[in-house]
Design a protein around this ligand. Structure first.
Ligand SMILES: [Zn+2]
Ligand SMILES: [Zn+2]
Length: 264
């Protein structure tokens, strides 16, 4: 399983044209699996994929966590679809189908698969389990985390969402993960405005991850050497790139960055 991070930002990062971005800037959250499956497709995902030399004509599937605009862009979906020249499969919660921001005519260009929490589906040989994420979306949408499994390899993708919900933990606790990608939105650089948002925004802070990671390890649901990755970083509450990397390393985690690759 090959991962390429196309974006690792929370939605408070500036959206700049691709040519103006530096190595430590972050783009909207998205990840490419095995060169042809997208986990979320944000506005910046297409341009960055092209810049990295990804063959965008090969995209077959887009799996969507939720319909917030930092994870889902109709413009990006249509660009990938144009390059693919054939229907792309879109997988999203049943309550997100009406929030794809595609016209009825545009929807005909895709194969849209509505998902239900706890019901597995198959993408290119992966068995994928959608689980409820602790990230409040207006009804009828439920934000989703995903477990990707093939043979003995298991990946958790947990953006966006705060502390794991009880109904999701019932599934997660029995899966021997090789890699877990965590919402690490909020750092420890605070001001009262951000602290006041914490109650309703549905994201982790680094302090929460300091409790979560040992918890999953102690329950034995990770393999020895499981890689824990922080992703979806806010611009205004973290240290700079190097500072955040150091803090996460001390927590036994890796910091995701745009363009990072990983093979499981
Ligand atoms: Zn987000
Ligand atoms: Zn969100």
């Amino acid at each position: 399983m090959k991962l390429l991070f196309l974006g690792t930002a929370a939605d408070d990062w500036y959206e700049k044209p691709e040519e103006e971005l530096t190595d430590t800037d972050r783009r909207r959250c998205s990840m490419l699996i095995d060169g042809h499956i997208l986990m979320d497709a944000a506005r910046s995902s297409y341009d960055f994929a092209r810049r990295l030399g990804v063959d965008t004509a090969k995209i077959t599937d887009v799996v969507i966590s939720h319909s917030h605009s930092d994870h889902l862009s109709a413009e990006a979906l249509l660009k990938f679809r144009r390059d693919a020249g054939a229907p792309i499969h879109i997988w999203c919660h049943t309550g997100a189908v009406e929030r794809l921001r595609l016209s009825e005519e545009e929807k005909q260009l895709f194969c849209i698969h509505p998902l239900t929490v706890g019901e597995r589906f198959t993408v290119s040989g992966y068995s994928v389990l959608p689980l409820a994420a602790n990230h409040g979306m207006p009804a009828p949408e439920q934000a989703l985390h995903y477990v990707w499994s093939r043979d003995d390899t298991h990946l958790f993708y947990g953006c966006d969402g705060a502390w794991i919900m009880n109904e999701s933990w019932r599934y997660l606790k029995d899966i021997p993960f090789d890699c877990m990608i965590w919402d690490a939105t909020f750092g420890d650089v605070w001001d009262p405005f951000f602290r006041s948002k914490l109650g309703d925004c549905g994201h982790n802070t680094l302090s929460m991850l300091k409790l979560l990671i040992p918890m999953v390890k102690e329950h034995g649901c990770t393999k020895e050497g499981c890689i824990h990755i922080g992703d979806h970083f806010s611009r205004q509450t973290h240290e700079d790139h190097a500072g955040t990397e150091k803090i996460l390393a001390a927590m036994g985690m890796r910091m995701a960055y745009d363009g990072m690759t990983l093979e499981l």
